[in-house]
Design a protein around this ligand. Structure first.
Ligand SMILES: Cc1cc2nc3c(=O)[nH]c(=O)nc-3n(C[C@H](O)[C@H](O)[C@H](O)COP(=O)(O)O)c2cc1C
Length: 176
């Protein structure tokens, strides 16, 4: 069995998850042929990745879906075994993660076999908190803005060690 791990990550959260998966898998899980960010279309790296039997593919959440670069790669995974992972700014609701992963899945060809998936919360950039703060400054009683700030602050601790352990366990289980 050969496998590849690939991620689209703007701020480093999803990269952290991808690297944790890469570190956790060993020769007993097969031969690693690629671990890195989404390779350039048509490159030798992409060819190496596409030769793997199993692909671990991850993305940050961009307006409810995966990064367009990862979406384009997912569309090429004909007949592959695929494990999907990701990070999202909003946490605490497993159904929310499932919805996002469901959107990622839509980019896969029907011939791809999904062997597992997992997601965790990931910290957001400081500019986003500033936007919420501005909303709150204008409307101090805005419960939505208050909840957004609370979520932003909760996200700062993620991906946590527990998040990484949970996703790594799911990845290992998918290969078992
Ligand atoms: C332009 C933009 C759009 C985003 N859209 C969403 C979204 O729809 N849902 C969500 O939960 N998080 C959203 N986020 C938050 C990121 O997905 C989250 O912080 C993620 O962990 C970033 O991962 P990265 O560090 O690997 O880039 C968005 C962030 C940005 C900058």
């Amino acid at each position: 069995m050969t496998y590849a791990i690939v991620w689209a990550s703007k701020g480093g959260n999803t990269e952290q998850v991808g690297k944790a998966i890469a570190q956790a898998l060993t020769a007993a899980n097969g031969q690693a042929v690629y671990a890195g960010s989404v390779p350039v279309d048509g490159s030798a790296e992409e060819q190496a990745l596409l030769a793997a039997d199993t692909i671990f593919a991850g993305s940050w959440t961009d307006k409810g879906d995966c990064d367009p670069a990862l979406a384009a790669l997912l569309a090429k995974l004909d007949g592959k075994r695929v494990f999907l992972f990701g990070t999202a700014g909003f946490g605490g609701d497993p159904a929310y993660f499932e919805r996002i992963l469901g959107n990622f899945k839509q980019h896969l060809p029907e011939s791809a076999e999904i062997i597992g998936s997992a997601m965790c919360q990931g910290k957001m950039g400081p500019g986003i908190r500033k936007r919420y703060e501005a909303m709150l400054a204008e409307h101090p009683d805005d419960a939505r803005a208050q909840a957004m700030i609370a979520n932003f602050d909760a996200a700062l601790a993620h991906p946590s060690e527990d998040d990484l352990a949970h996703i790594v366990a799911a990845a290992r289980e998918a290969l078992a």
